[in-house]
Ligand binder design. Structure first.
Ligand code: TXA
Ligand code: MG
Length: 349
């Protein structure tokens, strides 16, 4: 299949091109598009065969449910069986935005879309290209991140093309995404709303609106025997090809340890990548050193994480050492992704 690529300026959306994209979705085809979190791989959420195509294009296990993207509040009641008060308040505060909520599903949603579950995950994104595509494509767009299963999520259209060119009908290129990490997922099928995946809407922000919010016990690295509730959080994921190791401790000790390890590995003939920050960039001596951004701007660190992992794949490094990023607002989301990419390999110094 030839994949059509359209450049779309999000401030001056070309309605004709978006109409063409919407018609593809209505015909059961797949279109990748930018959202404010990461690029999504869209298909008609109410069409079981489109959902099957999504799993096939990504190489994704078919028991890992998709998020249904909507463009207006009224669409929500058609695909859900029940909307709790707390969810209405959260939607008021954070929709459109980087928030996904899980509800009991209505019969309109095929189980192919929900990976066999009787619940459905729903998000109203804020990216103008995403919203226009959803409107033109029938109102319900199932969209996982637009990467091959197991690779870092795409934050630029070129990442999507690397993984999916030739496998889908169209890619809408809206430039780099704003946030760079997938949406926060809150499960409303539990008695107490539960975070299944941390994101830019952090626990404090949820608490302010909801009062009590639980964290899925399966997310805690200490609870290795408890499976995360979101199927997608169970797999080794976001993984670069090289073994990634996180080094944690005071900045000085971390830099020293990474320099030591890099020296050893380089001597053994290995190609080493280092994820540093603007503040430490000059303190590393060997290896391929990339800065993820400044510690003073945690948004930049989130934005660059997946891209940097992909860059190291291209450079064919054998191992990667990364500093740790426990930043105030996005730290939980950043470290959740970084730890998974590292398969929880951490050195404490
Ligand atoms: O930011 C995002 O959410 C992006 C953009 C494209 O919107 N989408 C995204 O989709 O990250 P995906 O498929 O890569 O991640 C969806 C996650 C998976 O971990 C999946 O298991 C979980 O949501 N999920 C979806 N429906 C669920 C349900 N009914 N119950 C529990 N987990 C669910
Ligand atoms: Mg994903």
């Amino acid at each position: 299949m030839r994949t059509k690529l359209y450049q779309i300026d999000k401030n001056r959306i070309d309605r004709e091109k978006l109409r063409e994209a919407g018609l593809l979705l209505l015909a059961g085809e797949l279109v990748a598009f930018p959202t404010e979190t990461v690029y999504g791989l869209g298909g008609n959420a109410l069409d079981a065969s489109a959902s099957r195509k999504i799993y096939a294009a990504k190489g994704r296990p078919s028991d890992n449910p998709l998020i249904v993207h909507i463009a207006d509040w009224d669409s929500l009641s058609k695909i859900t069986a029940q909307i709790p008060e707390g969810a209405k308040k959260l939607a008021d505060a954070y929709w459109p935005g980087p928030l996904t909520m899980i509800f009991p599903k209505s019969d309109l949603v095929p189980i192919e879309t929900t990976g066999g579950l009787d619940s459905v995950a729903v998000r109203m994104p804020s990216h103008p290209v995403a919203l226009e595509l959803i409107r033109q494509g029938g109102g319900y767009v199932a969209a996982p991140s637009a990467n091959t299963s197991g690779r870092p999520s795409p934050t630029e259209a070129k990442h999507v093309a690397e993984d999916l060119d030739g496998k889908i009908a169209m890619i809408l290129d809206g430039g780099s995404v704003g946030i760079g990490l997938e949406s926060t997922i809150v499960d409303f099928t539990e008695e107490i709303p539960t975070i299944l995946r941390p994101g830019a809407i952090n626990r404090e922000m949820l608490r302010e609106i909801l009062g009590e919010v639980r964290l899925d016990p399966g997310l805690d690295a200490e609870n290795e025997h408890i499976r995360p509730k979101a199927p997608g959080m169970r797999y080794k994921h976001y993984a670069p090809k090289a073994q990634l190791t996180i080094v944690e401790g005071s900045t000085e000790a971390v830099v020293q340890k990474i320099n030591e390890l890099t020296k050893e590995k380089t001597k053994a003939g290995k190609k080493v990548g280092i994820i540093s920050t603007d503040e430490t960039l000059d303190q590393y001596k060997r290896g391929i050193i990339k800065s993820i951004g400044s510690r003073r701007e945690e948004e930049t660190i989130a934005q660059h994480l997946y891209g940097i992992l992909r860059d190291f794949d291209e450079e064919d490094v054998d191992c990667i050492y990364s500093e740790s990023f426990e930043t105030p607002k996005l730290g939980m989301a950043i470290m959740n992704r970084l730890l998974k990419a590292a398969g929880h390999q951490i050195i404490d110094v």
